[in-house]
Ligand binder design. Structure first.
Ligand code: GLN
Length: 284
């Protein structure tokens, strides 16, 4: 029997102001338990320190902090990425960008891949995990983000992969890349939310790096810069694919058309929204 001052996971679940799923995630994180242990050990008295730690996370979640930041991780493309307040939290719809990049390099041995604005490294590491032969460069202007991306690459990729370690480059888009580098595939999930968009003041976005979310302008500034600089860094026949906002597909296709890209197209995410657009550089 538990004495009255002993606290159990069952009791914390009953008392939590959070949705049950969120309470379970925080409990599993603090206790180091699997989901089934929440059931089999739910009536077990918990260490006071664990209870205190749980209650601190519960309060922070109730104040709006993202679950991914509280537990320090988010699953993306089947991999468990470290997440900190320095990086955008990987979103499931971004897996479409990874799948599209992988399809574009399907027939190419040792493809060269560039991820612009890599953040947590989710896109670059996911691609590298499926294509061990790919040589992957990942750019970010944020040293904090690059540190997270480098840790994710070290944790999630085989140190002996034939494509070698990822190359991390600090800088803005192409500005600090070796001009001699030409890529088979360029991908990016840049900041594309327009200044003043109410979503910036809602939910998880309030706690994510603002510079990863918005260009503080019309939402297209970064997409323009990426399209503009791409031809100088693509091989003939190379492709560029970018994620963008739900209402930006036509504008991004127009940017690609104007820059001379062929096969310009958009793809819909699982919600049916045109979420990524891309094209192929003439030359093959
Ligand atoms: N997809 C994110 C959101 O709307 C934004 C990510 C981005 O700006 N690249 O929540």
């Amino acid at each position: 029997m538990n004495t009255p001052q002993e606290v159990t996971a069952d009791a914390l679940l009953r008392a939590s102001p959070l949705p049950a799923l969120e309470t379970r995630i925080l409990l599993m994180h603090v206790l180091g338990w699997r989901r089934t242990e929440l059931i089999t050990r739910g009536d077990q008295a918990l260490d006071a320190a664990r209870v205190t730690a749980y209650r601190a996370l519960e309060a922070r979640r109730a104040a709006g902090e993202p679950i991914a930041q509280l537990v320090g991780a988010r699953e993306f493309f089947g991999l468990d990425f470290e997440v900190t307040p320095d990086v955008l939290i990987p979103r499931p719809e971004t897996e479409l960008l990874v799948e599209t990049a992988l399809a574009a390099m399907a027939g190419i041995a040792q493809p060269r891949v560039l991820d612009l604005g890599t953040g947590s490294g989710a896109i670059a590491v996911a691609i590298a995990s499926v294509r061990p032969d790919a040589r992957v460069w990942a750019v970010d202007r944020s040293p904090g983000a690059l540190a997270v991306a480098a840790r994710n690459a070290a944790t999630l990729l085989d140190a002996e992969r034939p494509g070698g370690a990822l190359s991390f480059v600090e800088g803005s888009w192409y500005s600090t890349l070796d001009a001699a580098l030409h890529f088979d595939v360029i991908v990016s999930n840049p900041p594309y939310i327009a200044n003043g968009d109410p979503h910036l003041d809602q939910g998880d976005l309030r706690f994510e790096p603002r510079g990863a979310l918005t260009d503080e302008a019309d939402g297209l500034t970064c997409l323009r810069a990426i399209v503009e600089g791409a031809p100088a860094h693509l091989v003939a026949g190379g492709v560029l694919w970018m994620e963008h906002g739900y209402d930006q597909a036509a504008a991004v296709r127009a940017l690609l058309d104007a820059r001379g890209f062929a096969e310009v197209a958009s793809k819909r995410d699982l919600a049916g929204i045109e979420r990524i657009s891309g094209g192929r550089l003439h030359g093959i």
